[in-house]
Design a protein around this ligand. Structure first.
Ligand code: 5RP
Length: 226
């Protein structure tokens, strides 16, 4: 395991230390969230924790959770005590871009119900403004997707349909993703409002005002941001 991977794991361990027995826990998606799910499984197997219920934000996290012995239930209207997830960008207000792993819709549906959203990431995800490094994933309906992309371009967004191979990338919800290039200056809340008002857009990877804290793995150790 590289030093950075070891630090990502340490960030995940710090976040999972906030989980107590009996909690309902949102299980994130991605290479960092994976460490958190494994750590939950380790603590359950060792008897440090009991009575945990996980709610998975992707099919992949659902499979992993079951493999490591974390009981999983579907999302229902009850609140979650905590959700632990990665991020693609984290700004100074703890606003986030998420969804490079394609799970943004289930992540947002789950994490909006969490009393606490705890982010785990490595230091490369820290930015001064959203869109500095990563595109903004926008989940769009397959039906009429070219028309939806035209509408997104009319909003001034560059970018492209996510297409890793011969076919477009398909989310767990059967939708496509448009990876939008954000303008150099924009107001995140206004961008979210405009995108949600665009026909064909299902959800965006802007997670605004949701994260309570972040454990960030850096070469000199894990820093906690609040
Ligand atoms: C998936 C996500 C992930 O949390 C995000 O892509 C970070 O992933 P990683 O920890 O692998 O860098 O939003 O939809």
């Amino acid at each position: 395991m590289s030093d950075l991977e070891a630090l990502k794991k340490e960030a995940a361990v710090r976040a999972v230390a906030l989980v107590d027995s009996g909690m309902r826990v949102g299980l994130g998606t991605g290479s960092t969230a994976k460490y958190a799910i494994e750590e939950l499984g380790r603590r359950l197997a060792g008897g440090e924790l009991s009575g945990i219920v996980g709610v998975a934000t992707s099919e992949a996290s659902d499979v992993l959770a079951r493999q490591v012995g974390v009981p999983v239930e579907p999302l229902d209207p009850r609140p979650l005590d905590i959700a632990i997830d990665g991020a693609d960008e984290i700004d100074p207000r703890l606003n986030l871009i998420k969804g490079l792993g394609g799970a943004l819709l289930r992540e947002k549906l789950t994490e909006v119900q969490a009393r606490r959203l705890v982010i785990i990431a490595d230091h490369t995800k820290i930015v001064t403004r959203l869109g500095e490094k990563a595109p903004l994933p926008v989940e769009i309906a397959r039906f009429g997707f070219l028309s939806t992309i035209e509408r997104l371009r009319e909003l001034g967004l560059g970018g492209r349909l996510r297409q890793p191979g011969a076919q477009p990338y398909l989310t767990d919800n059967g939708n496509y993703i448009f990876d939008a290039q954000l303008p150099a200056a924009f107001e995140p809340e206004e961008m979210q409002r405009q995108l949600k008002g665009t026909l064909g857009v299902v959800e965006t990877g802007l997670f605004l005002g949701m994260a309570e804290r972040a454990f960030v793995a850096a070469p000199d150790g894990v820093r906690e941001l609040t």
